[in-house]
Design a protein around this ligand. Structure first.
Ligand code: SF4
Length: 357
């Protein structure tokens, strides 16, 4: 049976109509599952019995079943491993950030968009698992719903989306390789009569699918774009990011320029620092020159080492020296606070651990 979270409201209305149920009941259902966050059809008290029975005989509820939840020692990070209807596994991470002088207190949910990934980035546990299938809209959105339920238990009903909740498509998979479902999921997350998460609180991350970046620029949605650049030149980038052989760095930067021109929005570049691979002063100089003309922000991310990869984390002196050079080029940058290393919070790592990959 297809999960109710896969169905657009208009289609729920059509289903209700054909079963002789008044269409406005679809609005009540929508409110129950996306605002009140009911956990089963039986919990929905606003619907008549005939509507509940119709739903139970035609739809399943959440498409996610929890397999493992791990909490980091400092309690800032929870990682969830979910089983899907076909027994595939995906991960979601919840990160809690306290106010730090620069940014307010916030909660960030890192969601998956695919089972596995075909792009094979060399430092990534998901890339090492290969690609299995695209996630559906319901499977993407339900990750947020399940975590939001937990946050409400933790923080109370007054938990405020607008100010506190960020969604990042940085879990398993390349969201722009699952383009139409990712966009439909963004609409669902953003729906003011549903989850009502502001587009500016949603970030889509890509490792550099140039044509899709250009498509996204034309979508007229206010989401943030994060581009995983990870190196300032083709030779270095192609060693860890094979898609660079299809869309080299010059094309990627051109696409980002175009994106900024069309949307007037900054691009967030992500740079995973790998000891001895991309973390030298000369890499930093090249990166500074490359990004200086762009409206952008750079996130420097010390790698979460994976079992199968030889890449090690850069030491803190190197990270700081790298950032100093970037600052010289007037590029705003952050060293991303590391979260959940003790629970394998890096993309794909919990699944690898669970399956002994
Ligand atoms: S880093 Fe992202 S794009 Fe690259 S293999 Fe991992 S999930 Fe795929």
């Amino acid at each position: 049976m297809i999960s109710i979270f896969e169905i657009k409201k208009e289609d729920i209305k059509l289903g209700f109509k054909s079963a002789g149920i008044r269409e406005y009941r679809a609005d009540q259902l929508w409110q129950s599952i996306y605002v009140d966050l009911s956990s089963s059809f039986d919990e929905i008290k606003t619907l008549p019995l005939e509507a509940v029975n119709y739903l139970k005989s035609n739809h399943s509820f959440s498409p996610l079943r929890l397999v493992v939840k791990k909490k980091s020692k400092d309690k800032s990070t929870d990682k969830y491993l979910w089983k899907l209807h076909d027994n595939n596994l995906i991960e979601t991470v919840l990160m809690r950030y306290d106010e730090d002088g620069h940014r307010r207190r916030r909660r960030t949910v890192c969601i998956s968009s695919q089972v596995g990934c075909a792009l094979d980035c060399k430092f990534c546990a998901t890339g090492q698992q290969g690609f299995t299938r695209q996630l559906t809209v319901g499977e993407i959105v339900s990750q947020v719903i399940e975590i939001k339920k937990e946050l409400i238990i933790e923080e109370g009903r007054s938990f405020n989306n607008e100010n506190n909740l960020n969604i990042v498509f940085m879990g398993m998979g390349e969201p722009l390789a699952n383009y139409s479902r990712t966009l439909e999921a963004v609409k669902r997350l953003n729906d003011q009569k549903g989850l009502n998460i502001g587009a500016r609180n949603i970030t889509i991350s890509t490792v550099g699918l140039v044509p899709k970046i250009l498509d996204l620029a034309k979508e007229k949605i206010q989401v943030n774009l994060a581009v995983s650049i990870h190196a300032p030149d083709d030779e270095t980038r192609s060693q860890t990011v094979p898609i660079n052989n299809t869309y080299p760095i010059g094309d990627l930067i051109q696409a980002c320029k175009k994106y900024i021109e069309i949307t007037n929005r900054k691009v967030f570049f992500e740079y995973v620092l790998l000891h001895g691979q991309n973390d030298s002063k000369s890499h930093a100089e090249k990166l500074g020159k490359l990004l200086k003309p762009l409206l952008c922000h750079l996130n420097l991310i010390p790698v979460n080492p994976t079992l199968k990869s030889d890449y090690k984390r850069s030491n803190s002196d190197k990270i700081n020296a790298f950032r100093e050079i970037i600052t010289k080029y007037n590029i705003p940058s952050t060293i991303r606070m590391e979260k959940g290393i003790d629970i394998n919070a890096g993309c794909g790592q919990l699944k690898s651990e669970f399956l002994n990959l």
